[in-house]
Structure formats: C-alpha cells, structure tokens
Design a protein around this ligand. Structure first.
Ligand code: COA
Length: 163
C-alpha cells in the first residue's frame, strides 16, 4: 500500500540521549539484536560519563518516542560505537546516517582521534552505511556471531580516522 503523503513528508531530528530514554532504547534494541540489552543495562551505560548518544525523533516532537538511536563511548581519544539501530518502518530515510553523523561531529568537537565499531559480515545495510561514512575494514574476528539457526559469521572491525 502506498504511504500517505503526510507520512512520507515526516522529517526527523536528532537530539542527545537522556537518562530516562533507557526503556525506549531497550524496546528498539530488541527488535533487531539476538541478545538485546535490558533497560537496566542501558540505564547504567547512560550514567557513565564517557558514554553518549543520540535519538532520532519526529521534528517538532522532542518528547515523541524515538525511531532510532546510537550509543558511543569515548576514552583516551579512542571512541567506539556501542550500538546503532533504526526501527524497520523508518529505514532508508537517512536517519542512521544522521545519527552516526551526530556522533562524528561530537567526536571532532572532542578532538578524538579514531572511531571503531564491529559489524557482522552479513549485515550489508550497516556495512554500506559505514563505508559511506568513511569507515574502512581494520580486522576480523572469525566465527564471532551466531544467528538463530546456529550459523556462524565473522565480526568485521571498522575504523574511521578523525584527524
Ligand atoms: C544499519 C541501519 C542503522 C541503517 O539505518 P538507516 O536509517 O536505514 O540508514 P540510512 O537511511 O541513513 O542509509 C544511509 C546509507 O547507508 C546505506 N544503506 C542503508 N541501508 C542499506 C541497505 N539496506 N542496503 C544497502 N545500503 C544501505 C545506503 O548507502 C544509504 O544511503 P541511500 O539510502 O541514499 O542509498 C539500519 O538498517 C538498522 O537499524 N539495522 C538493524 C540494526 C543494525 O544492524 N545495526 C548495526 C549493527 S553494527
């Protein structure tokens, strides 16, 4: 069924994550990850001083339920993406890119040196997004992931130099 024009026109904005986002983050996370993180885990991550992130919400509705988020950690000039996800109905609208871009801008502001992440070699959507953002492969961990059918796949470590 074609989308209603008003739905298609929706615009999204990115705002910093807040401590009371943890329940929503856990709900979004369990949509896509085999071992989803709990609300308590998100809450303790958000309380850590070196952890930060952003949520994507409908423009003009900052209190609306986020449709995606990214969480990152920065320590001693090196940063990592802890997780990033966009709810299925809102993919391919630039939201993942906007979330990652917000992290990159923050890290430039902090004068960080490098951003790392790990991605399943089978996750073509995420790999395409990261390549587009200038990440390159830095290593592999063979047989790191196992899917629901017990199929194993490698983790690709990717890096993006920031200076
Ligand atoms: C990866 C993910 C966050 C991308 O979010 P998104 O909002 O759909 O991404 P964007 O719309 O910003 O895409 C930006 C670019 O990434 C690439 N891309 C994104 N999804 C893609 C797909 N399914 N196939 C091919 N390229 C894709 C494209 O180059 C795209 O630009 P384009 O739409 O102009 O072609 C989303 O697919 C997701 O939540 N996946 C499940 C969770 C996950 O795998 N997280 C990453 C774990 S490492």
């Amino acid at each position: 069924m074609p989308l209603l024009p008003s739905f298609r026109r929706k615009r999204f904005t990115v705002r910093p994550l807040e401590s009371d986002d943890s329940e929503t983050l856990a709900t979004l996370h369990e949509e896509d990850f085999a071992r989803p993180w709990t609300e308590d885990e998100f809450e303790s991550l958000l309380l850590q001083e070196n952890v930060f992130g952003f949520a994507a919400v409908e423009e003009g509705m900052s209190r609306a339920r986020p449709v995606g988020f990214v969480l990152a950690r920065l320590a001693a000039g090196e940063a990592e993406i802890l997780t990033v996800t966009v709810t299925r109905a809102f993919r391919r609208r630039g939201i993942g890119h906007a979330l990652m871009d917000a992290v990159l801008r923050t890290l430039h502001g902090e004068r960080a040196e490098v951003l790392f992440l790990e991605v399943d070699e089978k996750n073509q959507a995420a790999i395409a997004l990261y390549r587009r953002l200038g990440f390159r492969e830095a290593g592999r961990r063979p047989d790191y992931y196992r899917d629901s059918a017990a199929q194993r796949s490698s983790a690709i470590t990717m890096r993006r130099d920031l200076r």
